[in-house]
Design a binder for this molecule. Structure first.
Ligand SMILES: Cc1cc2nc3c(=O)[nH]c(=O)nc-3n(C[C@H](O)[C@H](O)[C@H](O)COP(=O)(O)O)c2cc1C
Length: 332
């Protein structure tokens, strides 16, 4: 594919006062999309970032750890906070907590497949209870002064992909946008994100639809745009590759695609991320988080397996600098 010639697309939308030129967002990922990682993605053109999911029940009880997930930078805007739960009253209270912290958008998680979350009726379990989901979103909107959005999956069962009808209901409740991951709960992370289904969701509602799932390069970004969505949320494809946002942006803007950064630039980005994560969590916890995040920075480089192994031992900033030094010495 000649990436300087993007096919026509319907990308770009507004949520309230927030305008997104191409609608490129970083998908929320628990354990990964902390404040520091979000900053790195924004630097490369992610237009909308979202916190990791936070329990509405925990926010209701002012749980310190959960409030920590609501850390945001003063220059991080527009930024959404994602909450989960299945009790309208609790969700409404949590919306208040989120708003107090200056978030621009509140997103409801209707996608998480993990039994710990679905067991309480939250995450993707709400796909089985459309009326309850409607009540949850209505209560959130009632309590909110900022727009409320919803992130869903294709459906719960593979043989009942109810995302289009569910999205219509969310629109009726007043949701400002829908992000749809084209896998069912049954699939968890196996198989493929169903682009035909995402297309049906885009056709079903008039609010902006953000397509999600398996966007890892320009070709998959183009395929997602071809469904007629208004925005694209990139999750795993941006792990260790924050520059993917810039490449996608250039692709759809019809300008030259920036080269994938070499080892020396990646080493600088790794240190930038590690410093931010250490600032956020302290060195000890921060470097534990970096064991996972750092390992993603070596895609396609010689010596990646060895470096990844070394990431598993990370415990100090010094260790991270040692890994970055080895990384920057790799010839690309
Ligand atoms: C480690 C991990 C954590 C995730 N955490 C969340 C989350 O907190 N909230 C959410 O809505 N989705 C979460 N997701 C789902 C992603 O946002 C996204 O929908 C999914 O990974 C598919 O998109 P991708 O193929 O671009 O990664 C998570 C995914 C992964 C892999």
């Amino acid at each position: 594919m000649d990436s300087n010639l993007p096919r026509a697309h319907s990308l770009g939308y507004s949520i309230g006062v927030h305008k997104f030129d191409l609608g490129l967002s970083l998908a929320p990922m628990a354990g990964n999309t902390n404040l520091a990682y979000r900053a790195l993605c924004r630097k490369f053109g992610a237009e909308l970032t979202t916190t990791e999911m936070v329990s509405s029940m925990a926010l209701r009880h002012n749980d310190t750890k959960s409030l920590g997930y609501l850390a945001k930078a003063s220059n991080e805007t527009p930024v959404a906070a994602q909450i989960f739960g299945a009790d309208p009253e609790t969700l409404a209270i949590a919306v208040g907590s989120v708003q107090e912290r200056g978030f621009d958008i509140v997103d409801l998680n209707v996608g998480c497949p993990v039994p710990k979350i679905t067991g309480g009726g939250g995450g993707s379990a709400l796909l089985l209870e459309p009326q309850l989901a409607f009540d949850c979103v209505s209560a959130m909107i009632e309590a909110a002064t900022v727009p409320v959005t919803v992130k869903i999956r294709a459906g719960w069962h593979d043989n009942d992909k109810n995302a289009p009808a569910f999205s219509e209901l969310m629109e009726k409740a007043g949701a400002a946008a829908i992000t749809v991951h084209g896998r069912t709960r049954e699939q968890k992370y196996t198989g493929r994100s169903d682009l035909e289904l995402i297309k049906l969701v885009a056709q079903a509602v008039d609010i902006p639809v953000i397509g999600n799932g398996d966007v890892i390069d320009l070709e998959s970004a183009q395929a997602m745009a071809d469904t007629g969505v208004n925005g694209i949320a990139v999750g795993r494809g941006a792990m260790g590759k924050p520059w993917l946002f810039d490449q996608i942006r250039c692709h759809f803007s019809g300008i030259a695609i920036p080269k994938t950064p070499g080892a020396d630039v990646r080493a600088e980005l790794l240190i930038e991320l590690g410093s931010g994560v250490a600032e956020l969590y302290g060195e000890q916890r921060g470097m534990r988080v970096m064991r996972r995040l750092a390992a993603d920075f070596f895609h396609g480089l010689n010596g990646a397996p060895q470096l990844r192994k070394q990431c598993g031992q990370l415990s100090t900033i010094r260790d991270l600098h040692a890994i970055a030094a080895l990384l920057s010495a790799i010839k690309t």
